[in-house]
Design a binder for this molecule. Structure first.
Ligand SMILES: CC(C)(COP(=O)(O)OP(=O)(O)OC[C@H]1O[C@@H](n2cnc3c(N)ncnc32)[C@H](O)[C@@H]1OP(=O)(O)O)[C@@H](O)C(=O)NCCC(=O)NCCS
Length: 161
């Protein structure tokens, strides 16, 4: 496993696709489940590019759908790694709609996901460090540590149910 530190820009990913009728509910809007699927994929791609390893999704934080995206519009997903821990890493995925004819863009969701790096036997492995340089990157990573603590607290709660 190559543990050379990397910048978030090296793994940042943008996915664009048109919303087709098959992706939509009877109102002509993309299904929430389809958006969640695409968020998982966009997040995973950025994390694969960072780790160059196998990964599993460990957690997806609360998800809000602020605007609907209609058939014929574009859905754009931008993902970047925000913080790396030991065997896990957090990625942010921002989702936008874009009207094909006008180009009007709206942010529709922001999601934080945690992936865990594993080898072919399913054993957890270390992930390459993230180079955190700017004040913004440092703040985002500090916030990611707080989100991680909250996730692990909620995981512990879920285990006790
Ligand atoms: C995710 C999974 C590997 C964690 O296994 P585990 O034995 O509970 O993990 P550990 O407690 O040893 O933690 C391993 C790492 O995962 C992180 N982690 C585990 N559960 C987490 C959660 N719910 N949220 C955030 N991070 C989590 C830990 O913080 C730790 O990270 P670190 O090494 O960077 O400090 C395991 O629960 C699993 O395989 N879940 C199913 C995954 C899956 O099927 N996903 C969907 C399809 S890919």
């Amino acid at each position: 496993m190559d543990l050379t530190p990397k910048r978030a820009a090296e793994s940042a990913t943008e996915m664009v696709q048109v919303v087709l009728p098959n992706d939509a509910n009877p109102l002509g809007y993309i299904l929430g489940g389809t958006v969640m699927h695409l968020i998982d994929i966009a997040g995973a791609i950025a994390c694969h590019r960072h780790t160059r390893s196998l990964l599993v999704t460990a957690a997806v934080d609360d998800l809000q759908f602020l605007h609907s995206i209609k058939v014929g519009d574009l859905i754009i997903l931008k993902s970047h790694v925000t913080c790396v821990f030991t065997t896990s890493l957090e990625v942010q995925v921002d989702v936008y709609s874009e009207e094909t004819l006008t180009g009007i863009r709206q942010m529709t969701s922001t999601a934080f996901l945690t992936f865990v790096a594993i080898d072919r036997e399913g054993k957890r492995i270390h992930v390459p460090p993230l180079i955190v340089e700017t004040e913004l990157e440092k703040r985002v990573c500090e916030e990611a540590h707080q989100r991680r603590a909250e996730r692990l607290r909620r995981k512990e709660q879920a285990r006790q149910i």
